[in-house]
Design a protein around this ligand. Structure first.
Ligand SMILES: CC1=C(CCC(=O)O)c2cc3nc(cc4[nH]c(cc5[nH]c(cc1n2)c(C)c5CCC(=O)O)c(CCC(=O)O)c4C)C(CCC(=O)O)=C3C
Ligand SMILES: [Fe+2]
Length: 316
């Protein structure tokens, strides 16, 4: 059978490939404003703490590869060609779109390796892909906006929580903290769906894992003057301990999908330090990475988009 060729544009945050790249990467994150020497040193210090460089680059590539393999296995009438574009490092989103065009791709589906939609995160990725494709009269890109409620993704986390609970003696004294990257509070003015989507993911996971109670917090906020979404996970831990005396905390950074700086440092060093100070147990279940049910969750989000596209074609 002739397989229809579709570009699969996988977009992800990106990470420096060595400590030499930290400065340009950080500058890009800050929209071209160069960070101070001490800010750069502080970031390098954190990367050194997690082993010198982030495992994220390799994990992202593997997630994308697993996803395209799964899709090409599922569909015998479509051939998905993988393109990876990063938000803050080379090859950038724009490079990937241009490559699709050069390769003669006319239609593409894009997915971002982050579950929750916000103007700061998913919208920024999509806008960049679209404006490049508009500029070069490139492929028609069908964006997947968010996939925070994909059942296989929910199932992945519910299972991780259940596995973690097996290591805890007194479950009634344990607390699950779901979290995502904090964003400036001003997103709330425009009714950004980010906090609601995080709450929905948490609710679905809790339901599936039979949690009677859980908490939601924010992590990794920037050090700027403006207010950021709270409560911060570290303050939240102290508060929950003070009020209820929990003896075990299970951190689920469900706004991220891989082992990287925010998880390996902000959770595994910073939150852990808080639990040590309080004399309570720290647990952080494994991240989705290339886990089969997570990849199937992503593939299912893509397949919904395929159905949507086919429906449009048929309707016309
Ligand atoms: C919403 C969101 C996600 C999740 C959604 C998504 O994935 O898109 C995310 C993921 C990530 N963020 C990452 C890295 C960084 N983010 C930073 C800074 C910032 N992130 C922000 C937002 C987000 N970030 C914001 C509003 C800032 C402040 C910018 C400013 O200053 O105005 C900084 C600067 C220093 C610092 O603040 O720590 C770094 C180094 C890495 C890679 C880690 C690795 O390399 O292992 C990943 C996956
Ligand atoms: Fe970030």
């Amino acid at each position: 059978m002739m397989r229809k060729k579709i570009g699969l544009l996988v977009m992800a945050y990106g990470t420096p490939s060595s400590l030499f790249e930290v400065e340009s990467y950080y500058t890009h994150i800050r929209h071209g404003r160069k960070p101070s020497a001490s800010q750069i040193e502080d970031l390098k210090k954190r990367y050194r703490q997690i082993g010198g460089i982030s495992p994220l680059a390799k994990i992202t590539r593997n997630q994308a590869k697993h996803l395209v393999l799964k899709l090409n296995h599922w569909y015998d009438d479509i051939r998905f060609n993988l393109y990876l574009g990063y938000k803050h490092t080379y090859p950038f989103i724009e490079d990937a779109v241009k490559q699709m065009k050069d390769d003669g791709i006319e239609e593409a589906i894009s997915i971002i390796l982050a579950p929750h939609y916000s103007v700061y995160s998913l919208k920024a990725y999509n806008d960049r892909a679209k404006s490049m494709s508009d500029k070069i009269n490139g492929p028609l890109i069908h964006h997947i906006n968010s996939w925070y409620d994909e059942p296989k993704f929910i199932g992945f986390w519910a299972n991780q929580i259940k596995r973690t609970q097996l290591m805890i003696n007194d479950l009634s004294k344990s607390m699950v903290i779901f979290s995502a990257h904090s964003l400036p509070e001003k997103i709330l003015i425009n009714n950004d769906p980010y906090p609601e989507q995080l709450a929905k993911t948490a609710e679905l996971i809790a339901e599936k894992a039979n949690l009677k109670y859980y908490s939601i917090g924010w992590q990794s906020a920037g050090a700027t003057e403006e207010p950021w979404l709270g409560p911060d996970v570290q303050d939240l831990t102290k508060e929950l301990y003070r009020k209820h005396g929990y003896t075990s905390f299970i951190y689920c950074p469900i706004g991220f999908v891989a082992d990287h700086l925010e998880v390996l440092y902000d959770n595994d060093f910073e939150c852990k330090a808080v639990t040590e100070e309080l004399g309570v147990n720290y647990f952080r279940p494994r991240m989705p990475n290339t886990h089969l049910s997570f990849i199937e969750g992503l593939a299912s989000a893509v397949s919904k988009k395929v159905r949507e596209i086919n429906k449009i074609t048929v309707d016309i």
